[in-house]
Design a protein around this ligand. Structure first.
Ligand SMILES: [Zn+2]
Length: 278
């Protein structure tokens, strides 16, 4: 690849962050666990179908261009990535650069039963993982009403997304969301309009609500003490979903907030409006 091409790609992937059409785009940060915003053609053409690693990708019109809003998995370990773009019968590949990001390690102490699972809990976890996999595959052609999200609770936001975690000294999956500190019983609000695709008491996540905002853009709310919505319900932005709690594997009351794009958990900081003081 020529140097100028590389610079052009960098510009496309890293520098597009504001929408002229009045709907702000996510902050673009093309790193593992981040979001790449990639130009995939003129908005005067038909909307292209874009896939990343086989998963359909959110595409929006912005300033006369189609932009793919691509979630990059935390596990991505490469200096570039690609999406497949299909428009009618024509298909092409768009490559974009990915910068490295080193996430620190965090040690946590939790109840031993949440690290060394009993046979029964291990079986429960396996069946729940299958359920979650199916839920997270949700795709609707409805375009999200907003790409920037409102804070689901007011409170101190940890910058713990992506941390490699040691539970009681044992390595486990990295942290795929943001923890927001809040008093138990604080109402948890929908970060944007959407449809409830799952409510369930998961072993690790505790009482959980998952919203589908459209085109593979999902949000997840965990450890709730109470769930106040039902699967299938259509929810307005800011509608109450339940209450902050400490159910599942939690060190204390807080909201674990997850943001999913094309099946990749991304840093919620990239889509949340600036924090306001409680
Ligand atoms: Zn968390």
């Amino acid at each position: 690849m020529r140097c100028t091409d590389r610079i052009a790609l960098l510009f496309a992937a890293l520098c597009v962050s504001a929408s002229v059409s009045g709907r702000p785009l996510p902050t673009a940060r093309a790193v593992p666990g981040g979001i790449a915003v990639v130009d995939v053609g003129s908005a005067e053409e038909v909307r292209p179908a874009v896939t990343h690693d086989g998963h359909p990708v959110l595409v929006v019109s912005d300033a006369g261009r189609w932009r793919a809003i691509i979630g990059l998995p935390l596990s991505l370990n490469a200096s570039s990535d690609l999406v497949r773009v299909r428009q009618g019968d024509a298909g092409r590949t768009v490559v974009f650069p990915v910068a490295a990001q080193n996430y620190p390690t965090q040690s946590l102490k939790v109840a031993p039963k949440h690290v060394d699972l009993s046979k029964k809990d291990a079986a429960r976890f396996v069946s729940e993982r299958a359920r979650l996999d199916q839920v997270l595959d949700a795709w609707t052609d409805r375009e999200p009403s907003a790409l920037r999200l409102a804070a689901p609770v007011t409170g101190a936001r940890s910058s713990s997304f992506g941390l490699r975690r040691l539970f009681n000294g044992a390595a486990r999956n990295p942290h795929t969301g943001m923890d927001i500190a809040a008093v138990a019983g604080t109402p948890v609000l929908a970060a944007a309009a959407g449809q409830v695709v799952d409510t369930y008491d998961y072993f690790f996540n505790g009482n959980t609500v998952i919203l589908d905002h459209g085109m593979g853009y999902l949000t997840l709310y965990c450890h709730l003490s109470r769930i106040d919505v039902h699967a299938g319900e259509t929810i307005a932005s800011g509608a109450p979903l339940g209450l902050v709690g400490a159910t599942g594997r939690a060190t204390g009351p807080h909201l674990h907030f997850g943001v999913l794009l094309n099946r990749a958990w991304v840093d919620p900081e990239l889509v949340l409006a600036a924090a306001t003081a409680p």
